[in-house]
Design a protein around this ligand. Structure first.
Ligand SMILES: [Zn+2]
Length: 210
């Protein structure tokens, strides 16, 4: 039976005294100790922050990816609030129709082609994964007249109170916590209402969910 002989771990041993002689001055010693203590304190602080807030930290770091189940429908809060929107609008004599809610990435890609490689007007600037619809956080609405016609007329005043119905619906929606695509700078999406819960598209794409 061969005798076990541990190999000398030469590569781990310092080749000389540490710290090297030229750095060992008494004056710098206390300063070095202080620096190490400050560093140690900072490390402990960062570590404790990490332990408590790993999730929040990951959200803001653009390279952190999280495993998340695919979204397949409206967020429960958005669903509840869109039902409230329909009810509240009905109370002041405005009929609305939710024309679009959750959209899969594939649906979004198809919609993106509209007005580009496919017929029709451009209705979105978002590809699959770039719209809040893809995460169940947005809805689109249209007005429904008393005759049951679905219209996108922003001047229409069906309840005859002197205010455009469209903007009345938008105001109710804002009161319920939605933000409106008509307020966007640049491309305006007037039928669009969303709740982002302070999540950016980048965060949603990386698997963070409200
Ligand atoms: Zn929309």
């Amino acid at each position: 039976m061969p005798e076990y002989r541990p190999q000398p771990t030469q590569h781990l041993q310092p080749s000389g005294p540490w710290p090297p002689p030229h750095r060992r001055s008494t004056r710098g010693k206390s300063r070095r100790i202080r620096n190490w203590l400050v560093l140690l304190f900072l490390l402990m602080f960062v570590a404790s922050m990490l332990a408590v807030r790993t999730d929040e930290l990951g959200r803001i770091l653009p390279f952190v990816q999280k495993d998340a189940p695919p979204v397949t429908g409206l967020h429960p809060v958005v669903l509840a609030k869109s039902k409230e929107l329909v009810e509240e609008s009905a109370k002041i004599g405005i009929g609305i129709l939710i024309t679009d809610d959750f959209r899969s990435h594939a649906d979004q890609d198809t919609l993106f082609e509209q007005g580009r490689t496919a017929k029709g007007p451009v209705v979105t600037h978002a590809r699959g994964g770039e719209s809040y619809h893809n995460y169940g956080l947005a809805i689109d609405f249209a007005l429904k007249t008393k005759k049951g016609q679905v219209i996108w007329d922003m001047e229409y005043d069906g309840n005859r109170n002197g205010e455009p119905d469209w903007l009345e619906v938008v105001n109710i929606a804002k009161g319920l916590g939605f933000s409106w695509g008509g307020d966007w700078k640049g491309f305006k999406d007037y039928p669009h209402l969303q709740m982002d819960f302070d999540y950016s598209i980048s965060e949603l794409q990386r698997g963070y969910r409200p």
